[in-house]
Design a protein around this ligand. Structure first.
Ligand SMILES: *[C@@H]1O[C@H](CO)[C@@H](O)[C@H](O)[C@H]1NC(C)=O
Ligand SMILES: *[C@@H]1O[C@H](CO)[C@@H](O)[C@H](O)[C@H]1NC(C)=O
Ligand SMILES: *[C@@H]1O[C@H](CO)[C@@H](O)[C@H](O)[C@H]1NC(C)=O
Ligand SMILES: *[C@@H]1O[C@H](CO)[C@@H](O)[C@H](O)[C@H]1NC(C)=O
Ligand SMILES: *[C@@H]1O[C@H](CO)[C@@H](O)[C@H](O)[C@H]1NC(C)=O
Ligand SMILES: *[C@@H]1O[C@H](CO)[C@@H](O)[C@H](O)[C@H]1NC(C)=O
Length: 586
């Protein structure tokens, strides 16, 4: 590189340093009270899900759908890219690729990473071609020695999979290839989401010997009538025992999970079942419940989620996209839209009937001060403040014990929809047991708060193996004085027996996101809130019990969390304030 460019690099470096200083100041910016401290988001602009995580040479990569031009979705969406060594702090990288070929000239949509047996990662992704048809393409790293995988190149052989009259696939409903897996016969398999004109949702199966020449199988891996378009399918094995994860092609003692994002409801549903490797079909143990009672990865705002296997820590990690609840106008004003949930470890519950999720342990590196309670009685009607934590950016774990279970009300037989119960019976409605739980992001005078709580009912369904029904709610109706936001209340039943098990709740609070884990990760509910008063130092945290009986807090730990470095450029390997040489290669 010649002299004038080095001068330019220096100038650029100085400008960047100023920029970083400005940015640090702006983190306390009163005009940005909703930016998060430890949830993944780009520095600015729009992000949606359908991003693809992986680990390569010890570096975690997250690819996400990013609009470099503004805070709303745009057809010119690109593959945003960030890297991390700990899944907590993230460095921005240049977009992995943009629309450039006839087979993706109208958009580079979602896809997945597969690590080939020789260790090389490849990306299969959906392109929108010249004819606005959805097709599947491949991209490979330009330099596999670069752990940051900054440059990707697309195959001139794209598209690898295209819809046509022969295979009967609708060109508008053919997208989101999964991570591929290898069969014993040495052939790769991958599924692509689709649906028929009469709303049969499909996981179309493709096979290949060499990863480039793909042939559609006659039978889909799985389908389900009347479910509509399946977006972002994810298909992965989970060991029958223990909480470790396994590699996607694993043949061990496993069950399989098929997750689909239903375009018609914008929720992520999963089934657990068996993968018949001879017939190449997946059979869910309990079928796919179509009436809205299928298990969901999250009962709040959460879509287009995706897992990957972390072979360093032998765990499977789940990410999900959490969109805004504010009008697009507000998103444009604040200059950004969309978060990722905090990464969650995911594994099979010992019952074999549900998945468990838990924030990855790396969150503990952010913990600073801690408030602790032990064996505290929360009397009926009381609200007790948790002092000593920064309540706008915190990690709270609480476990409850309820002694007088016989005081629980009998659940109405018609109450089968938990979200509806949570919406109809707000905090002012006392039950025998509950509501009790946490009030987060509460203003000093309680004009604003978000409540995450339980109610326990007696079941009169003698077929159930527990006598109780535990309801978990996340109620946003009082979360902000601003009336323009979506404040939908969420709810779910938690399959635990309070006569034998303690009832736990963990809530991650981060300015405008509240992510809650009930019953040790059996149920997750994520919500977005935009308080006007309960911001920064003015946010408070309470434990409350508005039921008619007292409940015990067996233990409570609440930690203030410090901010992570997330896409703020300060960790970028190519941008060092005190080393202008590092820019010479640019
Ligand atoms: C677009 O459609 C035309 C006519 O059907 C076809 O000849 C052409 O190959 C298609 N282009 C792509 C990129 O698939
Ligand atoms: C590939 O990446 C490695 C590691 O970052 C680097 O040393 C090497 O110069 C790169 N090769 C090319 C051709 O850019
Ligand atoms: C692609 O694979 C199919 C099925 O294995 C085979 O019939 C076909 O000849 C292959 N095409 C090429 C170009 O290799
Ligand atoms: C949904 O279907 C399942 C299985 O068919 C049934 O057990 C459940 O009661 C139904 N739920 C509703 C809300 O209709
Ligand atoms: C995003 O949020 C809005 C408003 O809260 C909601 O109506 C919409 O369904 C969400 N979209 C997705 C994909 O989750
Ligand atoms: C369940 O309880 C409801 C109302 O509390 C009652 O009407 C119904 O008969 C009960 N059902 C059974 C099977 O006991």
């Amino acid at each position: 590189m010649d002299r004038p460019n080095i001068g330019l690099s220096l100038l650029l470096s100085l400008l960047l340093c100023n920029f970083i200083i400005d940015l640090e100041a702006s983190q306390q910016d009163v005009n940005q009270p909703y930016r998060t401290g430890y949830h993944f988001q780009p520095l600015r602009n729009w992000m949606n899900g359908m991003y693809r995580p992986m680990i390569y040479k010890g570096i975690y990569h997250l690819f996400y759908q990013y609009n470099p031009y503004g805070a709303v979705w745009d057809v010119r969406i690109v593959w945003g890219h960030s890297t991390s060594t700990d899944l907590v702090n993230w460095t921005p990288q240049p977009p992995a690729f943009n629309p450039s070929q006839p087979s993706d000239i109208n958009g580079c949509w979602s896809g997945s990473v597969t690590i080939l047996p020789n260790g090389t990662p490849v990306i299969l992704y959906t392109g929108i071609d010249q004819n606005k048809s959805q097709v599947q393409n491949v991209a490979v790293p330009v330099n596999i020695s670069d752990p940051y995988l900054r440059e990707w190149s697309k195959s001139p052989g794209n598209p690898l999979m295209a819809p046509n009259a022969v295979n009967g696939i609708n060109p508008d409903r053919f997208r989101d290839p999964t991570t591929a897996w290898l069969g014993r016969d040495g052939e790769w398999r991958v599924i692509v989401g689709s649906s028929t004109d009469d709303r049969r949702g499909l996981a179309i199966l493709y096979k290949s010997r060499d990863f480039f020449n793909w042939t559609q199988s006659i039978k889909p891996l799985h389908y389900e009538d009347l479910t509509g378009m399946w977006e972002c399918p994810d298909f992965f094995p989970v060991p029958i025992t223990g909480s470790d994860g396994v590699e996607t092609s694993s043949f061990g003692e496993v069950k399989h999970v098929l997750k689909v994002s239903l375009f018609e409801t914008l929720h992520d549903y999963y089934t657990i079942g068996s993968y018949d490797r001879e017939k190449d079909v997946y059979v869910p143990d309990l079928g796919f419940v179509q009436n809205g009672s299928a298990p969901r990865l999250d009962y709040g705002k959460y879509y287009a989620s995706k897992t990957f296997f972390d072979d360093v820590k032998k765990r499977r990690i789940l990410w999900g996209w959490v969109n805004e609840s504010s009008p697009a106008k507000s998103d444009i004003e604040k200059g950004w839209s969309g978060l990722q949930s905090f990464p969650r470890k995911i594994w099979l519950d010992e019952s074999g009937k549900e998945l468990l999720q838990w924030p990855i342990e790396e969150i503990e590196t952010l913990r600073v001060t801690q408030a602790k309670w032990h064996n505290k009685v929360i009397r009926a009607g009381s609200t007790i403040q948790v002092h000593g934590v920064s309540a706008a950016q915190a990690d709270v774990e609480v476990s409850f014990k309820v002694k007088e279970l016989e005081k629980a009300d009998v659940i109405e037989p018609s109450w089968t929809d938990p979200q509806k119960i949570c919406s109809q019976e707000d905090l002012s409605v006392k039950s025998g047991l509950g509501p009790f739980g946490l009030m987060v992001l509460a203003s000093n005078d309680m004009e604003e708060y978000t409540s995450v709580y339980f109610r326990i009912f007696k079941s009169n369904d003698t077929n159930k193996n527990t006598n109780y029904v535990v309801l978990m709610c996340s109620d946003q109706s009082r979360s902000s004085l601003n009336e323009k936001n979506d404040k939908t209340t969420f709810g779910a039943f938690v399959a635990i027996d309070p006569s034998h098990q303690t009832l736990s709740l963990r809530t991650l609070i981060d300015h405008s996101i509240v992510e809650s884990y009930g019953g040790g990760g059996k149920v997750c509910i994520t919500s977005r809130v935009y308080p006007k008063l309960a911001i920064g130092e003015s946010a408070n945290l309470f434990v409350f019990n508005k039921g008619t009986q007292s409940v015990d807090v067996l233990s409570l730990s609440a930690w203030s969390l410090k901010s992570a470095h997330i896409n703020d450029d300060s960790l970028s390997p190519s941008i060092e304030c005190h080393d202008s040489n590092s820019l010479d290669q640019s």
